[in-house]
Write a protein that binds this ligand. Sequence first.
Ligand SMILES: NCc1[nH]cc(CCC(=O)O)c1CC(=O)O
Length: 308
Amino acid sequence: MRFSPDTPLKIGTRGSPLALAQAHETRSRLMGALGLPETAFNIVVIKTTGDRVQDRPLGEIGGKGLFTKEIEDAMLSNDIDIAVHSMKDMPVAFPDGLMLDCYLPREDVRDAFISRKYKSISQLPKGAVMGSSSLRRRAQLAAVRPDLKLVEFRGNVQTRLRKLDDGVADATFLAMAGLNRLGSADIANPIETDEILPAIAQGCIGIERRVDDADAAAALALIHDQDSGLRLNAERALLAGLDGSCQTPIAGLATLDGDTITLRGEVLRPDGSESIKHMMTGAAKDGAKIGTDMAKILRDQMGENFFG
Ligand SMILES: NCc1[nH]cc(CCC(=O)O)c1CC(=O)O
């Protein structure tokens, strides 16, 4: 294996505090698995379109891979060897020459309700203002609480808390996984997954590499988590079958019980006026087929122009 303090493994990441925490976790796991010192790794920060554009909802910019394109280009030009991603932000298809088959043990998959005044969605008074730019969360909230007012809301944890203090909104949602990784979970009220089904792959870190990089493949195989892999196979097959991106309101979560996998999926109209849910169970090794089958069942029920 070529990695050493003289020829370090170059780990590409975005520069946000959450992305850096994820890159550091990846480096720690690789140090342990390979028995190498920290100096055998270089963390390389790369700015993506999604990082550059802070003032507009991401849906307006459109296009796939807002948080991944520049990082993938750096891998293809050998400026970095591997890239650490939040799987929630990853498109289902990879560019030629790149692949992803390494998933870390999954964090808390739940969404969190964040507010200075209230503890849960049900406590919000009629007409309260919720800040979220996630199409999924906006649609899910509108489906259960059509009385609430929704405003666009982006930014890191600190920015959002400041906006809440400034009265821009009464509450917002964030993923528990991100809050845990940043040590900020004290401000969060977790929402159980039967109330708000999380985004596909929420809480899961995946590590991408070049297809032909045998050294990187061998290193990543040592830190891959089988259970995360089985669950992500099912969830991402569902996403692929729905032609989903982060531009559509889709939720999905697979859970394992021994060799049995249970997949729950949900699609919503963006305004929350309709939600279709489904659940399927089968052998854990058949997750991808279960996801594909569920996508077909949901598509048949959705009909034309469901996502608007
Ligand atoms: N879309 C942004 C994004 N991508 C991953 C996470 C959180 C960490 C995770 O789900 O793994 C977040 C922020 C959020 O939704 O609160």
